[in-house]
Structure formats: C-alpha cells, structure tokens
Design a protein around this ligand. Structure first.
Ligand code: WTA
Length: 630
C-alpha cells in the first residue's frame, strides 16, 4: 500500500481513488492476511441502503491485529495501560501477551457456549481486559456490543435486549477520578429485565463486595484460568458482523449500528496509517473511551492492525490534577495524541504550569475528534501542546462511517484551524441544498452527504433496516446523509458546522434530545418537556430543558435536582440537563409540532429576531419563555 507523503501524491491518489475506487481499495486490501481472497470488491445500492465490500473474502480481524505481527513483534508492546491512580504501576502488554489473553477470552466464551454470530455485551472500564474482551469476541466470531460504562441500568437494558446478548462481560466496579462506581450493581439491576442473558462474567477491578448469582455469574479470573492460550481464529466472511455499537437517534431508541469484518478492518487500518502518518515504533494515544466508536477504531483496531503501541488510559484529564494528560504523555513518551475538543477546552482553562511541568517533546502529531473544534482551542492546542510545530488533524467522522472521512493528513496536506479540510482518498462528499440539489461549486454551505461507499460504512441498524434506510438514505435519495451541516470554502476545504437534526453533542457524546425529554418526562411532576442544545464553553453544547409541570413548582431548585437525578438514572450522568427552565407552555404550531427553532434561539441567549411566530397556536408563550430565559 502506498502511504501518501506529499500534497501532490494526495491529489493524484485521491483522483485515482475516485476514478477507480475498486482498484484503489483492492490494492489496499491486498496488504492484509486473508484466508481466502475476495471474489468481488464492491456491490452497492444506496437506494436500498445496501453496501458490501470484498465479497466472498474470508479472514479474521484478530489475525490481522495480532497473529501476523508475532514473527516480528512478539515482544513489542502492543498496549500500554495507565491506571486512574497515578501511583498504581502501569502495564506494558506485548503482542505475545495480547495473543495469549485474547485467545483465553475466546476460549472462556466458548466454554460458556458462545458461538459465532452470538452477541456479547461488554460493559467494562478502561482496563486491558476490555481490549481482551473485544478482541476475544472477534476471535471466535461473536459480535461485540460495547456499552459505555457510564450508562445507566436502563440504557444497558435497552441495548442488551435490542441485540439479544447472550453473555455480559463486566467488572465489579470502576474508578473514575476520585469516584468508585459499582458496575456490577448496575448490571444486577439490568439483569432483572434481560431475559436473553445466560451468563455474566465479572472481572475484579475494585474488589468491592458484589453479589454473585449462582448459575449466572462467574468470576473472570476463575474462568480465564481454565481457558487455554490457543484459540484458532474463526473463519469470517468479509460481510459477517464484527460488532454492534449504539448511537443516539434524533427520535426513538438508540440505533445499533452494524459493522462488518473486512471493510472495517481495511478502512480503520488505512485511515490510521494515513491520517496520523504512523511510523514504526511510535506510541499512539487516543483518549476516547472504548465505549465509543473512536475507541473501537483508534484505540484498538486501527493501531493494532498496524502493529503500533496503543495507550489505554483508565482515568480522566482532571485527576489528580489538570496536568494528568501531560503527565501520562511524558511518562509513556507518546508520539501521537488524539483527543476531543471538549477536553482541550477544559484543559485550556487550567494554569499553563500544568502543561509546562512536563516534557512533551516526543509528541509529533495532534488529533481532534468528536465535535467542531473552535479556533481558540485549536490555537491553544497547537501552541502549548504542539509547541507551535505539530500538525493538528481535525478528523471528521461518525459511528456510522466506522473511520475518519474528512481530515488533514499530518505533515502532508494543509491545515486550516476549525476546518476538517479535505476528504480522504475514497471519500466522495457532496454538499446539498435544502431542495436536494448538489452544490458543485466551492464557497457553498449546505448539508453534508457522501455519494459513494467507502469500506467501513455501517451496513444497517441491527434489526431495523428500514430505519437505516429512512435515517440515512431517504433525505437525499441515492446519497448517504450524515446529519451534519458544512461549509466548503473557496479552496474546497470543509468545515463541519454541526448537526442539523435533533441530536446534540455534549462533551463529544451524541445525544438525542427526544431521549432526554422522555427521561425528564418520567418525573411524576413533569407534564411535558423540550430539550435543545446551547453553546457551552467547555462541553461544546450544553443541555437546555424547557419543562412544563402539572402544578407550578414551589421549590424550583429541588425539582431541578430531582429532574437531573432522573435523567442520570434513566440514561446516565452524561445526559443531565445543564439548565432547566420551568414554563407554562411550549411554542407549538397548529399541527402540534414544537417550534424548536425558537427554543434554540432563546437557549442561545437570543431574544430578538425569533423569526415568524404567526403559525403558533399561542404566541404569548414566547414572551414568557424569553422573559424566563436562564
Ligand atoms: C460530530 C465520533 C466537527 C459530527 C467519531 C458527527 C465532528 C458526530 C467532528 C459523530 C469534527 C465528529 N468536526 N464535528 N472533527 N467529528 N463530529 O458518532 O456532528 O460519536 O456527525 O462519532 O460528531 O459522532 P459519533
């Protein structure tokens, strides 16, 4: 595979990738270990929302992430693990050790009757075992469904039941800064409503006492001790399921995005090596949680398939102090550092001495992901973490895209603060106007679509292909609709402007406003609610809730706390509203639709220029809302 090393090469390779995508991707795919080569590179029909890559190819992604490296890298560190507690020893796990652990997990699951195609839920903290769990599933062809360990029991129930998981892998507890979270208690609670789960396997991390239900609950260490380190990799078809990962929808329940083996492997590897210009021997640190797609693709599959050393960090940027990231980067001589704008914004607010205390000379490349990065944060990151020298790759992509789509290529293509810049080879963006016309010129603004498949595009929503088709392929027939707005400037550089649907991105996490509303509505005092996002200094977007109560609340602060606790219980702490405004009504049109445009403007602090309100049934509520704005 030819890795792009100059701007000229980018242009010519990009051109080739568009003119003959099949030849382009076949060439890249031939670098991997296949048990049987594919018969056809691509079959697709965006009108039916169908895409298949490397048809007939047989492989196993773990052989490409582990086995094929062993002759050369058995004793090279695959994973560096850094604890939440800076005083706990870090761990260096070699590729050989990774192989042994992953095979053991594969066998442990097989011993519990898990077979190819069975779904396994992983609800674990950021410890090496979560990597073994994920790869152990892939080893035997079980479909992993990782659920972020900050989600509530209710969210866990929804996800487990939607995909019918047979086994849950979890731990007794987890550490997060100075907090200890009893994960097993949350799992126990969820298990009351999860009839498909036969076994839960519990890793001991915090050693807090837990209830082990006989016949259902097993200890990880006991089961692993019985499992051998030899586990032949299951033969997978390119299009067999690799994993399901839930992401919020603008309406209804979360969507289980389905990714398959072959295309995802090829794409995450290619984008990892290209965007970050990964060099042999470098240490790569992506600070995401494995519960999100960024963790799947750029903590595990991308780096490991490239034979890199990847860092898994259990903690948070602010513990024990705001210098933790830089401490970890110095300690492990991190060369490539990939984080989210929300983290940068919060660290930027801390005294600079937290950065200056550490030697960050080893950092060569910086990355950003998850939400638009504002210029101020970009410059701070560039100057103080990158010493004014390191390129920042602002990578735009989604759970649905599997890997990075639009991004600078480090040290190759031009940077422009707050712009994700150019599409990677093989990616064909199209900007559409609201009437469905493609805007082919530069200097335009519209909705971002992709008009040709790339190997890691999600194949469907688990169990609901119709919803997949409607959500992504019906707004602009024949094109994949991202749900994002964008600008393309005179140079052809893309700037992602944010979601155009009812999804908000809070601290880099996608949340459906409908999901938060239904959690708020569970409070017995609440009659109805409407949630919108508003600009938040650190989180990017904050959650602003307008709430109608049955009776006018007497003690507003108490009720606010109860509502926040309710959301935390139903979804998880990440979804808690930042602002709650009690109102007597919501601006609704005669057809009963909430005019969110008005709610958004008020939440943004704009009280004039609310646009046309003449179609509202009761325009007077607008004044009340404006006057009570928080
Ligand atoms: C947003 C995360 C601007 C975007 C990988 C997208 C971004 C959503 C960027 C997907 C970026 C992600 N600049 N916006 N560099 N990266 N987004 O599924 O709105 O958690 O649609 O995937 O995050 O979030 P998801």
């Amino acid at each position: 595979m030819e890795i792009i090393q100059s701007e000229q090469a980018y242009s010519s390779i990009y051109k080739r990738s568009i003119e003959d995508p099949e030849a382009f991707w076949a060439d890249i795919a031939s670098d991997f270990q296949w048990k049987k080569k594919w018969d056809n590179v691509l079959e697709w029909d965006f009108h039916k929302a169908e895409t298949k890559w490397f048809l007939g190819g047989k492989m196993n992604i773990t052989e490409n992430c582990i086995d094929r490296h062993l002759p050369k890298r058995a004793s090279q560190t695959a994973i560096i693990w850094e604890s939440n507690d800076p005083h706990e020893a870090s761990k260096h796990i070699t590729y050989q050790e990774l192989s042994d652990h992953v095979c053991r997990v594969g066998n442990m699951l097989k011993n519990q009757g898990v077979k190819k195609g069975d779904r396994v839920c992983i609800y674990m903290p950021m410890i090496p075992e979560v990597a073994y769990a994920i790869l152990g599933c892939a080893r035997i062809g079980a479909v992993h469904s990782v659920v972020f360990a900050g989600f509530s029991a209710g969210s866990l129930v929804d996800r487990i039941n939607d995909s019918g998981c047979k086994v849950v892998l979890t731990s007794d507890g987890s550490y997060r800064g100075d907090k200890k979270i009893d994960l097993k208690v949350i799992v126990d609670d969820a298990m009351l409503k999860c009839p498909t789960v036969e076994k839960t396997i519990v890793y001991q991390r915090t050693l807090n006492p837990v209830n082990m239900k006989p016949g259902r609950d097993l200890w990880w260490h006991e089961e692993m001790a019985k499992a051998s380190t030899q586990c032949p990799a299951e033969v997978m078809d390119s299009e067999d399921l690799l994993f399901i990962l839930y992401t919020s929808g603008s309406t209804g329940k979360p969507k289980g995005m389905v990714h398959t083996c072959g295309g995802y492997m090829v794409y995450t590897n290619y984008t990892f090596r290209t965007v970050f210009q990964y060099q042999e021997g470098q240490v790569f640190w992506c600070t995401a949680d494995v519960g999100w797609v960024t963790g799947h693709s750029y903590i595990l599959y991308g780096p490991l398939s490239a034979g890199a050393t990847t860092v898994i960090f259990e903690g948070i940027p602010s513990y024990p102090d705001m210098g933790r990231f830089w401490h970890v980067a110095e300690k492990h001589r991190v060369n490539i550092f990939y984080t989210a704008p929300t983290a940068i914004r919060s660290l930027e607010k801390a005294p600079l001495s937290f950065v200056e205390n550490y030697d960050l000379q080893e950092i060569k490349i910086l990355g950003s992901v998850g939400e638009p990065i504002n210029e101020e944060a970009w410059h701070w990151y560039h100057e103080h973490i990158g010493r004014g020298q390191c390129p920042i790759v602002d990578t735009w992509w989604q759970t649905e895209t599997g890997g990075i789509m639009i991004s600078p290529i480090a040290n190759v293509t031009k940077l422009k603060p707050a712009f994700a810049t150019l599409p990677l080879p093989g990616v064909q963006p199209a900007v559409m106007d609201e009437n469905g016309n493609e805007l082919t010129e530069n200097g335009v603004e519209g909705r971002l679509t992709i008009k040709f498949p790339w190997p890691a595009i999600a194949r469907t929503i688990y169990g609901d292909h119709q919803r997949f088709k409607e959500t992504y392929f019906s707004t602009f027939p024949g094109k994949y609709f991202t749900g994002d707005g964008c600008k393309r400037d005179e140079e052809g550089f893309y700037r992602i402007t944010g979601r155009v649907d009812d999804i908000i991105i809070v601290s880099g996490h996608n949340m459906g406003t409908a999901e938060i509303e239904s959690a708020i509505d569970e409070h017995s005092a609440v009659c109805e609610s409407a949630v919108v996002g508003y600009p938040h200094d650190i989180k990017g977007q904050g959650v602003y809730a307008y709430v109608i109560c049955y009776d006018k609340p007497h003690q507003e602060e108490n009720l606010r706390k109860e509502i926040r606790d309710m959301v935390s219980k139903v979804i998880g702490p990440i979804a808690k509203p930042d602002k709650i405004q009690f109102v007597s009504g919501l601006p609704k049109t005669r057809s009963g639709k909430i005019m969110r445009r008005i709610l958004r403007k008020v939440a943004e602090g704009e009280t004039s220029n609310l646009g046309d309100t003449s179609t509202l049934t009761d325009p007077s509520v607008v004044d009340e809302i404006k006057n009570g704005a928080l």
